[in-house]
Ligand binder design. Structure first.
Ligand code: FAD
Length: 388
């Protein structure tokens, strides 16, 4: 199966729509406030909140950016922002779920899309994304860790990935493997659905400093058969060129949400600590206009999520990096503003510090983003031709 050029000619400009009340966003905000906020500590400590993900899915949180939702990436990012402001771990699960939906939505494999996407889009089934390693590989940072061998009716895949979230027995994720080729032939990669039906080995991860409720596992595959029916993209690079910017742009929802939550933490102690907190930098009145300006830039970028131009990708990378940096500053400032109460292990500022660290290191990490921006600035050829 190969990526059809027809799919590449999709409408690249999603017309700006007038602002309107979006009832689904109100329902999502209510779930975040009533269900997620009280559970944030438990999730931080390891509870995997599938029951809340199911309610968010029912409310429409994971289908805005799909064809069925009108490719409203602005709304998908807004929903993720609301979720992340209540709980960064669940914000990350929302991103994992969203991008898995994006791969299915953009796949040329109509059979797979019709089989899985209607359930995935409303979170009746759950699955994440194992693309960190290939994304770093395409940026020249590390080799592809999964290897595929063509066999009758599909591929046989072998290899290990150190950590993949939002997976569990009965769930699934998307993964990429490199095809092993004969000497002299050109190698390429394939993206496939990886179901956790008992054939893949799930390994327990060491304890992380945060994100413990994201059901993160190591994966080992040994001669794992992938039928043609489960191929998402083959070859994968044209597919990645098409979805890479939207994959990265969606992550800004996590950054906006964690930063907004931190600003709320700063305001929460204004009444009794303003007399001394006024001597701190990065107060709420400084951070909020920066966050609003960044949000406006992100929402403008969200209008053309499938733009494959170099300038668009540069702007997305820049917004994603700025989001991570603002998130780090806001979380640090919230802890300084709350003082000892923010240093309690179960306090929101303490949790947000660790959530902001994750926003900064999850692929593409700040260092990866800066490397990509430096590469693009040196090389003026269009991004989609660069195999990054
Ligand atoms: C909680 C958590 C959840 C994650 N969820 C996902 C996910 O859902 N999907 C996904 O694709 N990726 C996931 N990742 C990986 C993440 O996106 C980054 O790739 C990872 O944090 C390292 O990125 P880095 O660019 O900083 O690489 P570096 O830290 O610079 O590391 C370089 C390489 O060494 C590997 N490495 C470093 N330390 C170890 C170790 N102790 N054991 C094994 N390998 C190691 C890294 O994976 C990386 O490939 C997750 C990571 C964490 C911590």
């Amino acid at each position: 199966m190969s990526a059809s050029s027809a799919a590449l000619t999709m409408d690249r400009t999603i017309a700006a729509r007038p602002p309107a009340a979006i009832p689904a966003l109100d329902i999502i905000a209510n779930i975040a406030q009533v269900q997620l906020t009280p559970m944030a500590v438990e999730i931080d400590e390891g509870h995997y909140p599938l029951e809340i993900m199911a309610d968010l899915g029912k409310a429409g949180a994971f289908r805005f950016h799909l064809a069925d939702g009108g490719h409203r990436f602005d709304l998908a990012i807004s929903a993720m922002e609301t979720i992340s402001a209540a709980c960064g771990s669940t914000g990350f699960l929302a991103w994992c779920h969203d991008v898995m939906g994006l791969y299915l939505d953009q796949s040329d494999n109509a059979g797979l899309r019709e089989r899985l996407l209607p359930y995935h889009a409303v979170a009746r089934t759950f699955g994440g994304t194992a693309l960190s390693n290939p994304m770093k590989s395409f940026a020249g940072i590390e080799p592809v860790l999964l290897k595929a061998r063509p066999v009758a009716g599909g591929y046989s895949v072998t290899g290990s990935l150190p950590w993949v979230s939002h997976i569990a027995p009965g769930q699934y994720c998307a993964a990429i493997a490199q095809i092993e080729v004969e000497a002299g032939c050109e190698s390429h990669e394939v993206m496939f659905l990886l179901p956790f039906d008992g054939r893949a080995r799930l390994r327990t991860c060491p304890k992380f400093s945060g994100m413990e409720g994201t059901s993160t596992w190591g994966i080992t595959l040994e001669d794992f058969f992938v039928p043609v029916a489960d191929i998402i993209a083959d070859p994968v690079k044209p597919f990645i060129a098409r979805i890479r910017a939207s994959f990265i742009l969606l992550q800004t929802g996590m950054a906006l949400g964690v930063a907004r939550g931190a600003i709320a933490d700063i305001r929460a102690v204004h009444g009794h600590l303003a007399h001394v907190n006024q001597y701190l930098s990065d107060g709420a009145d400084e951070l909020e206009p920066e966050l609003d300006a960044l949000r406006a830039r992100i929402m403008a970028l969200a209008a053309t999520p499938f733009d494959t131009s170099r300038d668009y990708l540069l702007n997305v990378l820049d917004a994603r990096a700025e989001g991570a940096e603002l998130c780090l500053r806001a979380a640090q400032s919230a802890l300084l503003h709350q003082g000892a109460s923010g240093y309690l292990m179960t306090s929101a500022p303490q949790r947000r510090i660790r959530e902001s660290h994750f926003v900064a290191i999850v692929t593409p990490a700040i260092k990866h983003l800066r490397r990509l921006m430096a590469q693009l600035e040196q090389d003026p050829s269009p991004a989609q031709e660069q195999g990054r």
